[in-house]
Design a protein around this ligand. Structure first.
Ligand SMILES: Cc1ncc(COP(=O)(O)O)c(C=O)c1O
Length: 444
């Protein structure tokens, strides 16, 4: 049973605390009182260092589209590991992965690879600034785009520091350059008219609007089609660019969320699933934008883009294998599993009368312990204030799932992989129903 202070995981955490602040290098892997340490993964399953097996419904926050150690991905990595892992020459695997992604994504003619989604977003921002010669990046309050200073503005602003929404003023994240918010315009999610006026007021200096079509941090709030259409029209009219952050959302459509939504971005930041589970990031866009910014022949590249591990052959080989496997039938089957999970979770919320809501799309689902929702960061902050027991319920729910064979994202996230079966999904639904009943009865 978790937590167990005598467990191997607990002992490892104590050891880790001696040598790493907070005991790790990635704050999202921590949960109180100590995180479970993984020993191995196999398909949909992960086994921890105490020998407990659970269904993995986090899938490394989406990067493991085929679960753990898919035989074809593993074989591609092993083959490549015996040939070359890193080298200061290009390899054919980089072209292959670029061809696969460019063929799938209508707005991406050309792409460049990096090693994380953070870098993909950073390169997207630099591309927009270099191409337009302008400075301002507009982003949605509360949307997480990685750790780049510009992208991180107002990701987790404290409600006590909110500026009036019509000011667009953002707050640098702690540790960012103090001036990083000066070139950022902060927008409220799905506020069509407020955003339109803000963009117009800053039109001549606006380089780009950066948007994630399904914001995890906003309890999987989708950007409305009206909002995205307005962003597309306004950026075009103002001579600015539209950046889609598809690091997370790429799995929503076969050609990314933008294919599903019918909106063509100018620049797309990518990561996660395109690396087959290995570290990856990318920036892509039209040939006109990409070659104007990055083509280094005749010494004319506007943005310098190096990186010792960019397009390393190991990641490229894993990415090629994973993306080939993620064909239309696999994509459609996975989305059906996602529908089954969301429908099942909705049914148990209704059956138990729990104060909870189910959100998500395609192969992503979220169960959050308050009703009513809220679209913007500010509305969700109010929902949290009005429901002070939300985080306690989320923790009880998470512990119940953990102790009944399901590893999920603490705040309520479930992310599927092609390794999951209908039975796996049904197990989650059943345990979610039990957890909600126990919470309601005060017995969890
Ligand atoms: C929407 C979005 N953008 C960017 C990132 C950053 O990607 P990475 O963690 O690979 O740096 C993430 C990571 O979760 C993300 O969800």
């Amino acid at each position: 049973m978790f937590p167990d202070r005598g467990s191997n995981s607990s002992k490892l955490f104590d050891r880790a605390l001696n040598v790493m602040p907070g005991g790790n290098s990635r704050h999202t892997v921590y949960f109180p009182p100590y995180p479970i340490y993984a020993a191995r993964g196999e398909g949909a399953w992960v086994t921890d260092v105490d020998g407990v097996k659970r269904l993995d419904f986090i899938n490394n926050y989406s990067s493991l589209i085929h679960g753990h150690c898919h035989p074809e991905v593993t074989a591609a990595i092993a083959r490549q590991a015996g040939l070359l892992t890193a080298i200061s020459l290009p390899t054919e695997a980089e072209i292959e992965l670029a061809e696969i992604i460019c063929a799938r994504m209508p707005s991406v003619d050309q792409i460049r690879f990096a090693n994380s989604g953070t870098e993909g977003v950073m390169m997207a921002i630099k591309t927009a600034r270099a191409y337009t010669g302008r400075r301002i990046i507009a982003k949605i309050e509360g949307a997480y785009h990685g750790s780049d200073d510009t992208a991180a503005v107002s990701t987790y602003p404290h409600p006590g520091r909110f500026s009036p929404p019509e000011s667009g003023i953002g707050i640098p994240e702690p540790g960012s350059a103090p001036g990083s918010a000066a070139d950022v315009l902060v927008l409220q999610m799905n506020d069509v008219e407020g955003t339109r006026s803000l963009l117009r007021a800053h039109g001549t200096e606006l380089a780009a609007v950066l948007v994630d079509p399904l914001v995890k941090n906003l309890a999987y709030q989708p950007a409305s089609i009206e909002f995205l259409t307005m962003l597309r029209e306004e950026t075009k009219a103002l001579g600015a660019l539209l950046i889609f952050d598809e690091v997370y959302s790429l799995r929503l459509g076969f050609g990314g969320a933008q294919e599903l939504l019918g909106i063509k971005a100018d620049i797309t930041a990518m990561g996660k699933i395109i690396g087959g589970g290995l570290p990856v990031g990318a920036v892509g866009g039209s040939a006109e934008i990409m070659s104007a910014v990055y083509d280094q022949r005749e010494g004319k590249a506007r943005v310098s883009h190096g990186g010792t591990y960019n397009a390393n052959p190991l990641t490229m080989a894993a990415g090629v294998a994973a993306m080939r496997l993620f064909d239309r039938p696999a994509f459609e089957r996975l989305n059906r599993l996602g529908d089954r999970l969301r429908d099942g979770l909705t049914a148990v919320v209704e059956a138990t009368g729990a104060d909870a809501m189910v959100r998500g799309a395609a192969s992503i689902a979220g169960l959050f312990h308050a009703r009513g929702g809220g679209q913007t960061y500010r509305e969700l902050a109010k929902v949290r204030m009005d429901n002070p027991d939300m985080s306690r319920k989320a923790e009880l729910f998470f512990h119940h799932m953990l102790n009944n064979g399901v590893l999920m994202g603490g705040p309520g996230f479930f992310i599927l992989s092609t390794a999951h079966t209908e039975a796996d999904v049904d197990h989650v639904i059943e345990q979610a129903g039990r957890a909600l009943e126990l919470i309601k009865a005060g017995k969890a």
